[in-house]
Design a protein around this ligand. Structure first.
Ligand SMILES: *Cc1c(COP(=O)(O)O)cnc(C)c1O
Length: 369
């Protein structure tokens, strides 16, 4: 273990995919969102596993990410959420690699129509029903419809929920109604040949009315709780662990770390672990998080450095060899959602920021059911 390692259970991802699929209304398909290197967990290992489980549609953010998915999955449908960006050669991406842009504005629609020519290049269209980020607004539906005249049908029409993890949020049903209305205006409903998609992971739990033909799940596949108000039903996917680099016995008053923010007055054992914010252990966790050594929960004391943290391991029994025992920083007893709330952020950010100095190790365990 050079600095730290993250053990990723592909079997847990498999079982999360199967379980989420079972929650969908009949006729709705589960797509996997694997942007940002599958939320930092390694797209090249995760896509083949999901494909084996029957996943046929993948979403990424950029064309470069799409090429990586295509490299490990020859036959899947791949959508690029950022759509066409100028510098990219869409003839190549679309024609040679079969990668589909999600068109987010009229400019992108025009570029696509130009590239497409008389051909059949597929693309998705994003509608803005309340995110105010990407997608065409209600005012742009008429110009869009004009451009689609003559039987040009996008392969996908999607929108994105802003508050899906909050089941009672007023915006959820507003977005759903707008989505349906926009689709009606565009004549892209049933029998148009266009696939409709609204829900992310959390959107699945808002009810079957949110599922439409395709659900785009990311977070829940990777073990993040899609229903933060309830017990997490997803299988835990990762274990971020490290080894103690050094132990110091402190027996006179002293302070720990940058800014001398932690004061030690009584006899204390302090362990230094070579994982810091450059590894993705966020600085905000200093003085807030804890870790496990054996069965003992130990607090992170003082500030998080770029390359190290310090733990008060006074409570670890003498019988435990702290030099060899792995230190669990994120894992079954330190769920990523808990770590995130200690850092004042969301689990998505914790995952996406685990740096590549942390070695990825893959196992395939839970899936044997
Ligand atoms: C990231 C993303 C998703 C996946 O959301 P999760 O909450 O991770 O399931 C779906 N759709 C769009 C447009 C996204 O950007």
């Amino acid at each position: 273990m050079p600095t730290g390692e993250i053990v990723i259970d592909l079997g847990a991802i498999r079982s999360n995919f199967r379980w989420l699929k079972r929650q969908l209304v009949l006729g709705s398909e589960l797509a996997a969102v694997v942007k940002a290197d599958a939320y930092g967990l390694g797209v090249e290992r995760i896509v083949p596993v999901l494909a084996e489980e029957g996943c046929r549609v993948f979403f990424v953010t950029t064309a470069e990410e799409a090429l990586v998915v295509r490299h490990v999955s020859k036959h899947s449908t791949i959508y690029v959420l950022n759509g066409i960006t100028e510098s990219q050669d869409w003839e190549l991406y679309s024609r040679d690699y079969g990668i589909r842009p999600v068109l987010n504005n009229l400019n992108q629609v025009d570029q696509w129509l130009e590239v497409r020519g008389a051909g059949e290049l597929a693309a998705g269209i994003q509608l803005d029903t309340g995110m105010t980020r990407y997608g065409l607004t209600e005012a742009q539906l008429t110009p869009l419809k004009k451009r689609l005249e003559g039987g040009v049908v996008p392969s996908l029409v999607m929108s994105h929920l802003a508050c899906a993890e909050d089941e009672l949020h007023w915006l959820n049903s507003v977005q759903m109604r707008r989505f349906k209305h926009f689709v009606d205006v565009l004549d892209l409903g049933q029998n148009s040949g266009c696939i409709l998609s609204l829900a992310n992971s959390s959107g699945i739990f808002l009810g079957e009315g949110y599922h439409f033909a395709l659900v785009r799940a990311g977070a829940a596949l990777y073990g993040i709780n899609p229903q933060p108000e309830q017990i997490n039903k997803m299988a835990g996917v990762l274990n971020l662990r490290a080894k103690v680099a050094q132990v110091r016995f402190v027996d006179s008053p002293t302070t720990v770390g940058y800014g001398a923010t932690h004061q030690i007055n009584a006899r204390t054992r302090v362990a230094t672990v070579p994982v810091g914010y450059a590894d993705g252990f966020l600085r905000a966790l200093g003085g807030r998080a804890s870790a496990y050594i054996g069965d003992t929960c130990v607090p992170v004391i003082g500030r998080v450095s770029m390359d190290a943290i310090t733990l008060d391991i006074s409570g670890v029994p003498e019988a435990v060899d702290v030099e060899t025992e792995p230190v669990e920083l994120i894992g079954p007893r330190r769920p990523v959602d808990v770590v995130a709330s200690e850092a004042g952020t969301i689990a998505y950010e914790i995952l996406a920021r685990i740096s590549h100095r942390i070695r990825r190790v893959y196992i395939d365990e839970v899936g044997g059911e």
